[in-house]
Design a binder for this molecule. Structure first.
Ligand code: PIT
Length: 322
């Protein structure tokens, strides 16, 4: 039978908790595996760890925070995570504060970053796989937005796969997340501008549609392996975003459904009030039409496909079809 498995990922192996940072030594209660860095360590250092009393396997994120100001930023992240109880959002278990850092102990998942599936030749991401991933990101976002919380840093690195065998995901990194405040502007470090919404670059008000722009960029990347606004340098990338200059001209889109293209077209809209919301996205045919999903399921799969990365652009090589 055909099924586009829409069941949620497993919940965290503990009930939702309201966490306050404890002034204790984490080493008294947890054994941190310093050798095992999770997720490639892009967000500082996340280690696998075990709670001594229960034997529970968890993930510990060590955040350097010396000043009171740096500590307040991390405490905001804890406050945000305290409000979020959803299977598609990584759950917070405990927190420890010491002089030089705050450690967040979180739900452990073992599937690696979605980012790695975009570039890994061993994963042939089909359009139907992408539907399943994007639907779950949308469900996580719909819940966050219902709770009046913006993520503001959605990108493939911040989406974790639950296991290598299934297409279940959880959203991580609430370091920039915050309660929506009308007329709040956002200052961001321009580390990687590829995912920034026009209103963020322009230092205008951020809102729920700011996350929906990022969802459009992620969808484009999962379907093609290409980054829609990436230019030869950051300046060109920022200009492409501000001009909302992007297209489906690359050959990677030849086999992609019109519904997928329509979905992206309704998210990568410069004016934030015209973008689809998370709820509208979930009702869009690309995510909701079972007969479309059946057609996608029937499609032939390229085999021996390889992905190479040249100066930040992913190229897919085709050697045949099965
Ligand atoms: C895992 C497994 C893994 C990485 C993580 C958790 C990281 C989670 C995380 C959560 C945050 C954040 C940064 C990273 O700011 O490979 O179970 O809130």
């Amino acid at each position: 039978v055909f099924s586009s498995d829409s069941s949620p990922p497993p919940s965290a192996p503990f009930d939702h908790r309201i966490v306050t940072p404890k002034p204790h030594q984490i080493a008294t209660f947890y054994t941190i595996n310093r050798d095992e860095v999770l997720g490639g360590g892009r967000f500082g250092q996340v280690h696998k760890c075990v709670e001594n009393s229960s034997g529970l396997t968890l993930a510990a994120k060590i955040i350097k925070a010396r000043s009171q100001k740096e500590k307040e930023v991390v405490k905001n992240e804890i406050q945000v995570m305290n409000q979020l109880n959803h299977a598609n959002l990584i759950q917070l278990y405990a927190a420890f504060e010491s002089r030089h850092d705050i450690i967040l102990v979180m739900e452990y998942v073992d599937g690696g970053e979605l980012f790695d599936r975009i570039i890994d030749e061993n994963y042939n991401l089909t359009e139907l796989d992408t539907v399943l991933f994007i639907r779950q990101i949308c469900e996580g976002l719909q819940y966050m937005h219902k709770m009046y919380i913006l993520h503001l840093d959605l990108k493939p690195e911040n989406i974790l796969c639950v296991s290598r065998a299934t297409n279940k995901i959880k959203i991580i990194d609430f370091g920039l997340a915050r309660r929506y405040k009308p007329r709040e502007k956002l200052r961001v470090n321009f580390g990687t501008p590829e995912f920034l919404a026009p209103e963020v670059i322009n230092y205008e008000f951020v809102s729920f549609p700011t996350d929906m722009w990022s969802l459009g960029v992620i969808t484009y990347m999962l379907l093609s392996g290409l980054s829609p606004f990436l230019g030869d340098d950051d300046n060109e990338t920022l200009n492409n975003i501000l001009a909302c200059q992007w297209n489906f001209e690359e050959e990677e889109f030849l086999d992609i459904s019109e519904e997928a293209k329509d979905f992206i077209t309704r998210l990568l809209v410069k004016s934030k009030s015209w973008r689809m919301s998370a709820s509208e996205s979930l009702r869009h045919p690309w995510l909701s039409d079972p007969s479309l999903h059946y057609q996608l399921h029937q499609k032939v799969q390229p085999i021996f496909s390889n992905t190479i990365c040249v100066s930040g652009v992913f190229f897919q090589t085709f050697q045949g079809f099965s």
